[in-house]
Design a protein around this ligand. Structure first.
Ligand code: PLP
Length: 397
């Protein structure tokens, strides 16, 4: 084998969604793209807001090209970081300054910088199931181990009873993804306060900080009158990670940021490490043009209506057909409980009707499947008869 042992494992483990994606393409060739209902990917279908194009044109027309396309500080343009800090302060009552913001290649780039900064070999990162499966690879990149708190499948809130025994001297951080991919659940302020109590107590015992990474690319994708608590206001040792991938439909542009409050333990060391990590991992800096673009678009709202229509139509239809669905209040995913004990069988049955779903064991939540409803409304409408046939395989027989 030429590739490293670590990489061998990652390649073997990363095949599920890729395989599903390829099967979808194959299916489309056989039965026509309009007859395949692919709910596998979190690629936002809501149109890119027109303000993005306006802003690109405005920047290209009015700013020196060597600035727009040049290197800048590894943390990003000062004026962009100031705009981000001001926007966070307005929205959350925080007191960030430009120094506390590091522009990154999406939330994924941000998380890699944190793990590069914090982890020694065999250190542990805790996350709560269900969780975004890529965390496994990001932690493994630096020789760390991802420790998974099993899901509380009654509420899908954080399973607080199960976390304390998993914390030990090797624990360096805990990832919280709110609203959650894949469940669509929003963790409440009460849950987060209880987590804070547990972590504060544990920090005293183990004698070093446990940083909380608030991974929040879906922060603005929240329906009805729900709100998402701002974790750094509840848990002092938090680092806030944000991405414009989902809210502004820009996943390919790789743009996001980290916000590190001056209150965290070892602030100076942490900021310096994160900035150097951005450079030494080869990102160097977040994409220059899109830093300038997002700085002008910080207050553009997400197209909630686009996803809410999809959410309501699917949730109502699936539950009326007999499926048990975790009620989604945020993001653009929902979890369906597999009507058979082995969710792979359910996924296979879905494929019979050209519906592509993802087994949730890849999110640490066996027995469920994930459906991403960030697709066109038209595709959802066309898929409904297929869901009826799928339901008939299990219910009302
Ligand atoms: N975190 C979660 C929970 C996600 O669902 C995703 C993408 O799907 C990411 C992080 C990575 O997003 P980005 O495109 O900002 O790197």
């Amino acid at each position: 084998m030429v590739i490293s042992k670590n990489m061998e494992k990652l390649v073997a483990g990363s095949s599920t969604i890729r395989k599903l994606f390829e099967e979808g393409i194959q299916m489309a060739q056989e039965v026509g793209a309009e007859n395949v209902y692919d709910f596998s990917l979190g690629n936002p279908a809501s149109p890119v807001p027109h303000e993005i194009r306006d802003s690109i044109e405005n920047i290209l027309d009015n700013t020196d090209g060597n600035i727009v396309h040049g290197y800048m500080k590894n943390a990003g343009y000062d004026e962009v970081r100031k705009a981000v800090a001001d926007s966070l302060n307005r929205k959350n009552g925080t007191s960030y300054s430009a120094d506390d913001i590091i522009m990154t290649c999406g939330a994924a780039g941000a998380m890699n910088c944190v793990f590069r900064s914090l982890l020694n070999a065999e250190d542990e990162v805790i996350t709560f199931a269900p969780f975004f499966g890529e965390y496994r690879s990001y932690v493994a990149n630096y020789g760390g181990n991802l420790v998974v708190v099993p899901a509380d499948t009654k509420t899908f809130q954080l399973n607080l009873d199960a976390i304390r025994p998993l914390i030990n001297e090797k624990t360096r951080c805990v990832i919280i993804n709110n609203p959650n991919n894949p469940s669509g659940v929003i963790y409440t302020e009460d849950t987060l306060k209880k987590l804070n109590d547990i972590l504060t107590e544990a920090e005293k015992e183990i004698g070093h900080p446990i940083y909380v990474l608030a991974d929040e690319p879906y922060r603005e994708l929240v329906y009805g009158d729900q709100t998402v608590p701002y974790i750094p206001n509840i848990i002092r040792n938090s680092i806030f990670l944000y991405s414009f991938s989902k809210t502004l439909s820009l996943p390919g542009e790789r743009i996001g940021y980290m916000a590190v409050s001056k209150d965290i333990d070892y602030y100076d060391e942490m900021i310096s490490a994160l900035v150097v990590a951005n450079r030494c991992l080869g990102y160097i800096n977040a994409p220059s043009l899109f830093q300038l673009v997002v700085a002008q678009c910080l207050d553009i709202p997400a197209n909630l209506e686009f996803y809410d229509r999809n959410r309501k139509l699917l949730y109502n239809k699936l539950t009326s057909l007999g499926f048990e669905v975790v009620h989604p209040d945020g993001a653009f995913y929902m979890l369906i409980k597999s009507p058979t004990p082995e969710e792979d069988d359910f996924v296979a049955m879905g494929k019979k009707y050209h519906i592509i779903l993802v087994p949730a064991k890849s999110f640490g939540c066996p027995g469920y499947v994930r459906l991403a409803y960030c697709v066109s409304h038209d595709m959802i409408e066309r898929s409904l008869p297929a869901f009826e046939k799928l339901a008939a395989e299990y219910y009302n027989k």
